[in-house]
Design a protein around this ligand. Sequence first.
Ligand SMILES: [Fe+2]
Length: 192
Amino acid sequence: MTTFNFDNFYFEYIDIENYDVIIQELRSHVLLKLNQMGANFYSGLLRLSEKDLLDNCPQLLNWFNKNNMELAMSAVHIMQAHGIGQLHSDSDGSMPGRLALNLDIENADVTKTKLYKISVPGTMHLTGSQKLPYIVYQNNADTCEQVTEYDLSKPVLFDYVKPHCVTNHTDHRRVAITLRFRNDPVYLLGRS
Ligand SMILES: [Fe+2]
């Protein structure tokens, strides 16, 4: 088996069979959870129980099973109206796994994630509750070059090792879900 070369890979839109039904299930589940957690006005990343998610989203589980995908991590990213996120990476690439499946829960179909090439190192931080490492970069025009950008009008597989930054120049909050897998589903790339 050849190893996927991530050097020039940033993101790809993919097709998900039965997506309309899958996303409806997911939206209901996530919005209910945000209500239950009292997190409607939160900004940042919130971990969601993977078991709970799969129990409540059978169509998504069915698609995962068909494609040999085992869910390892699920989280929602919430950004309030007119928010600009930090320029960051979610991994330095030293650990296995670097592909995330990101889907629109609310208003993420019209908001942008920009991806960059950066010539200077960033600084390591840990997320508040989960203590997940992430790397923050100074957003400086001399050292940061935007390579591409995506919105979540379609499902996206993206390399979360690449520095990225989310902006929400709208009057509504943005909610996206990010899913990671036991093994990166690189075989889904290049099909669409
Ligand atoms: Fe991120």
